[in-house]
Design a protein around this ligand. Structure first.
Ligand code: ZN
Ligand code: ZN
Length: 346
């Protein structure tokens, strides 16, 4: 066993507090990771506060983890001591359903084991990355290329792959007109990826406050959705709309922006159902769909893509003790564009 320091939630409302947790002994297929940085994802807050259902406390959140391998099990072949690695939203899956066998562990039919708040194989509840160490089965650990800045690599493990997956799955490239709705943690990565893939990229943001950033990240056009004329100007003009907003949006208004056979894909997960007018889909034979993170293979592909194209998230590094204040700023959308906890401060 390894005793790790960690910041844990003890209730839906109390501030996270420093504690210690036990990590399981390193099994034959496990690696022990000395955590360097962990990103702060909006999902961490939703989970801790019980927005997505009741959870067991204490809970250590964090599923955007990078660190160094310090011990490997006897049968580990993918990673070695000293390797720079990452762990995202999942730490295991059933490995035998049709989706797992197809390499799509994120769509495991039996439900994958999430990095925190899931029941692990040994019956314990998984604990995440706001911590100094973690033990993970090697198949769910990816390699982080050396030329991605270490702290900036952390948000790639959730926000990065979530933004990358729907673009790669739909073969976004030159000639494709892509709109990104929202310019937060997910949105700014979607802009960078779609631009690097060669698409014509438009940001649809509430206001023009982040326009300068958007253009710097690779957007060709930037429009405010608070301006009603935006929806008239851009009618029938996109092949793909990537919606990164978790709050409910006026779907009909956004669907009207899709060209023939265009698709709108939701990355955000609003708690309430979204009403869809079938008429809005009939026009231009449009589709509305959603996506859930990405597979382990796709996560590695995304990291390699970032290394090749010199892409990294914009991050604000914080000490672990500042995580509670950071949560308030995430809830107020006052972050450009992702908080990352320096695990050396835990
Ligand atoms: Zn996340
Ligand atoms: Zn499965």
């Amino acid at each position: 066993m390894t005793t790790a320091r960690a910041y844990a939630a003890t209730s839906p409302t109390d501030p996270l507090a420093l504690t210690t947790i036990e990590r399981r002994p390193v099994g034959p297929n496990d690696v022990l990771i000395d955590i360097a940085y962990t990103g702060v994802c909006h999902s961490d807050i939703h989970t801790i506060r019980g927005d997505w259902g009741p959870i067991a406390y204490p809970l250590v959140a964090g599923h955007e983890i990078v660190g160094t391998v310090t011990e490997v099990g006897s049968e580990v072949s993918r990673h070695k001591v000293g390797d720079r690695v990452g762990v995202g939203c999942m730490v295991n899956s059933c490995r035998e359903c049709v989706n797992c066998l197809a390499g799509l562990e994120n769509y495991c039919l039996k439900g994958n084991t999430l990095t925190y708040g899931s029941v692990d194989r040994d019956g314990t509840i998984t604990q995440g990355g706001y911590s100094t160490h973690i033990v993970v089965v090697e198949d769910f650990v990816v390699s982080v290329p050396e030329n991605i800045p270490y702290e900036a690599a952390a948000p790639l493990l959730c926000a990065g792959v979530t933004a990358y997956s729907p673009l790669a799955h739909r073969n976004v490239g030159p000639g494709k007109r892509v709109a990104v709705v929202g310019m937060g943690g997910l949105g700014h990565m979607a802009v960078k990826f779609a631009h690097a893939m060669g698409a014509e990229v438009t940001v649809l943001s509430q206001s023009l406050n982040k326009q300068e950033d958007g253009i710097r990240f690779g957007a060709d056009h930037y429009y405010a959705t608070s301006d009603a004329s935006t929806f008239k100007t851009l009618a029938d003009s996109f092949d793909l709309i990537v919606n990164t907003i978790s709050a409910p949006v006026d779907l009909q208004a956004y669907l009207s922006l899709l060209a023939l056979d265009g698709t709108m894909v939701n990355l955000g997960a609003p708690a309430e159902p979204l009403p869809v007018s079938v008429f809005a889909l009939m026009g231009n034979r449009r589709s509305f769909t959603a996506t859930s993170i990405g597979s382990i293979a796709e996560t590695q592909e995304m990291l390699d893509f970032c290394a090749e194209h010199a892409i990294a998230p914009e991050v604000e590094l914080i000490a672990a003790a500042d995580v509670n204040a950071a949560y308030e700023r995430v809830l107020e959308s006052d972050v450009r564009y992702r908080f990352v906890i320096d695990a050396a401060t835990i």
